[in-house]
Design a protein around this ligand. Structure first.
Ligand code: F3S
Length: 650
């Protein structure tokens, strides 16, 4: 039987298991990436495991989420990360050099290779034919130490692209259309493999906008075949020798198929406050816009900013609107500056930011209260912009620029009818991505050979073996689609404690209930109750580590997002699935007891658990876990488990 691209890459890297949907497989990892929010814990865990050198072909440490140096904490973290990269043999990208996915695609992404990253948008280089997966920090630590990465073999879904994009429709509209159809849960447990005649009309950067935002569908990864467009991009970044041909076999079999006719697409927009709340731009036209931001790992590349710059050439940003361009990498800024586009944008009234995640996680450029912000980003979860009552829309750079010009949401096709000299700027790649590499320090050029830790860098928290008795109060009942931003917000005032779990845990779930941390500590633990898709969003392992630190022993949810579910195992918290009726019957404050001997049940492979509520009513909850996941849980988490494994192996 023929193979899909995903199967070909997985087979090449397979060290354990069979490529059967739902079976656990172990794969070899060629490259890893981490960023400054998740990276400090990655390296502290690397140190705690007693590992002494990176074993993957490439390991790269980026500083992108918290580049502003408000006080010593972020700066200390960056210094620690540089020292860790130097000590253990990783590349180090200095703060301001750009967002991990942008810098990684420019320098390392390669077709046919595997990449594991402690950031949920790691699948971005799928647009270049790389199989790239986001994971929790400790999974990255272990892979960096040379161990396989284990994952349940996902379903492989063919997304067949027909036709070509019409004028003013963009790659962003392709992925917004996918979100409109499938929702933020539609990709869970799946790898989306793009095929069909429409693929060849999309440049590699456009493909990477689509694969980047496959994360919002909950997909494990997204991938494109390779062709002349891939070769062309690799040539322009000066790495043409890394090209490999990757196509599915003619008789490849997929678990499902989705057809998208590109020629049917039009400018789309995701309304507040979920990326799948998608409608045609024309449906919301006329709404006043206070702020426009072009940037992020989704649409912050040279190719994304240039169309906006062209639309603004000779025009001005509307006086009622503020427009910010936040490039995805310094390389993009440097090339745009050399070509004169930065000056053009500044003359039009654009405020140019450093290359950082920044506004995407509410660090800088926080919108005014009760205002509308249009962004080219990938997420608009409520409060993520830095204020609770935000109204963030997601769109293409073209729609964003049209709004900056008019001060309101407008379909760029309608604006083009009005302004005769406004044309669809299309996509244009630079002849050569010829920017300086001074901000990317190679392992050979490392300037440190020992770890440097500032006072805000704490120890890695550890949990004891899983208890036989798991019981406690339902500390919080939450609804569907709770994000990792709800669990541990990524805003500056909170995430500056990312290397100090004792302090960071005080903010756990504070966006849902600001008394949570105090109550959890007073109760000496307990359980959490949630609806569907619990833990969607980022790969942030702090969202499991902090509840663990506060004593949370189990989460009962109707379903879990993939990375967060893995993080719960990695930090010794029992993730149990319950049905809708059980969810409805249990309330916050109820006393829940798992009737079974939990340690024994977990290790023996038991799937159904009995939970007793308030000493009376009994319900069934399910633990769907592989033997390896059960061992990790029983050991109290992955760090303890990995250390024990290493000791056993001598
Ligand atoms: Fe950064 Fe936002 Fe992307 S936080 S990695 S720009 S999703």
């Amino acid at each position: 039987m023929g193979q899909t691209i995903t199967e070909k890459i997985l087979e090449d890297h397979l060290v354990d298991g069979d490529l059967e949907t739902g079976e656990e497989i172990g794969i070899e990892i060629d490259q890893v990436l981490t960023q400054d929010t998740t990276g400090t814990m990655v390296w502290l865990q690397f140190e705690a495991m007693g590992l002494d050198e990176v074993q993957t072909e490439i390991a790269a440490q980026y500083c992108d989420h918290q580049t502003y140096q408000f006080d010593f904490k972020n700066t200390d973290d960056h210094r620690f990360l540089r020292s860790a990269a130097g000590t253990y043999g990783a590349y180090f990208s200095r703060p301001g050099n750009g967002i991990c996915h942008n810098v990684h695609r420019e320098n390392f992404a390669a077709p046919g290779k595997t990449l594991l990253g402690s950031d949920s948008h790691t699948p971005t280089p799928g647009g270049l034919g790389q199989l790239a997966i986001g994971a929790g920090g400790i999974d990255v630590t272990v892979a960096m130490g040379g161990a396989p990465y284990y994952i349940e073999m996902p379903e492989i879904v063919e997304v067949r692209l027909e036709g070509e994009l019409p004028e003013w429709a963009t790659a962003k509209d392709v992925i917004l259309e996918m979100l409109r159809r499938l929702s933020v849960k539609g990709g869970v447990g799946k790898i989306l493999e793009y095929t069909g005649p429409g693929v060849e009309s999309l440049t590699a950067p456009e493909r990477m906008t689509i694969t980047n935002m496959g994360t919002e569908l909950g997909a494990t990864s997204s991938i494109f075949p390779t062709d002349e467009q891939t070769e062309d991009y690799l040539e322009r970044v000066g790495r043409q020798e890394e090209y490999v041909e990757l196509q599915p076999d003619d008789d490849a079999e997929y678990d499902d198929q989705i057809v998208v006719d590109l020629s049917d697409l039009e400018p789309l927009i995701a309304q507040p406050s979920m990326p799948d709340n998608v409608v045609p731009v024309r449906e919301v036209a006329g709404e006043d816009v206070d702020q426009v931001i072009v940037g992020s790992c989704t649409n912050g590349a040279y190719e994304d900013i240039l169309p906006a710059a062209k639309m603004l050439e000779g025009r001005e940003v509307n006086p009622t609107t503020e427009m910010i361009v936040a490039p995805g990498s310094k390389q993009a800024s440097e090339i745009l500056a050399r070509e004169g586009w930065v000056a053009e944008m500044m003359a039009a009234g654009v405020n140019f930011s450093e290359a950082t995640c920044g506004a995407c996680i509410g660090i800088g450029h926080v919108p005014a209260s009760d205002s509308v912000s249009l962004r080219t980003f990938n997420r608009n979860f409520e409060g993520r912009s830095g204020i609770e009552d935000d109204n963030v829309y997601l769109c293409s750079p073209e729609v964003a620029a049209a709004a900056a010009i008019t001060g309101e949401i407008v379909d760029p096709r309608d604006l083009a009818d009005e302004l005769e000299d406004l044309e669809d700027p299309g996509i244009e790649l630079p002849d050569e991505y010829d920017a300086s590499k001074v901000d990317l320090i190679t392992p050979d050029e490392a300037v440190d050979d020992e770890l440097v830790k500032g006072p805000n860098i704490g120890d890695v928290p550890l949990r004891e073996d899983l208890d036989s008795d798991v019981e406690g109060e339902v500390l919080l009942k939450m609804e569907d689609n709770i994000t990792t931003d709800h669990i541990i917000p990524a805003t500056q005032d909170i995430l500056m404690y990312r290397s100090n779990i004792e302090k960071l845990s005080e903010f756990t779930l504070s966006r849902v209930d600001d008394t949570f941390a105090e109550r959890a500590q007073a109760a000496d633990g307990g359980v959490l109750l949630a609806g569907e898709n619990y833990g969607q969003g980022s790969s942030r392992e702090h969202a499991a580590m902090c509840p663990m630190y506060l004593g949370v022993e189990a989460v009962l949810a109707q379903s879990f997002a993939r990375i967060h579910r893995a993080n719960l195992f990695n930090f010794g918290i029992v993730p149990l699935t319950i049905d809708e009726d059980t969810y409805a019957d249990i309330d916050q404050g109820d006393e829940v007891e798992i009737v079974d001997d939990v340690h024994e049940a977990v290790t023996s492979g038991q799937e159904e658990f009995t939970i007793r509520v308030n000493g009376d009513d009994e319900y069934t909850a399910t633990l769907d876990a592989s033997a390896r996941e059960r061992d990790i849980l029983a050991a109290g988490g992955k760090l303890a488990w990995t250390k024990a494994q290493a000791e056993e192996g001598g």
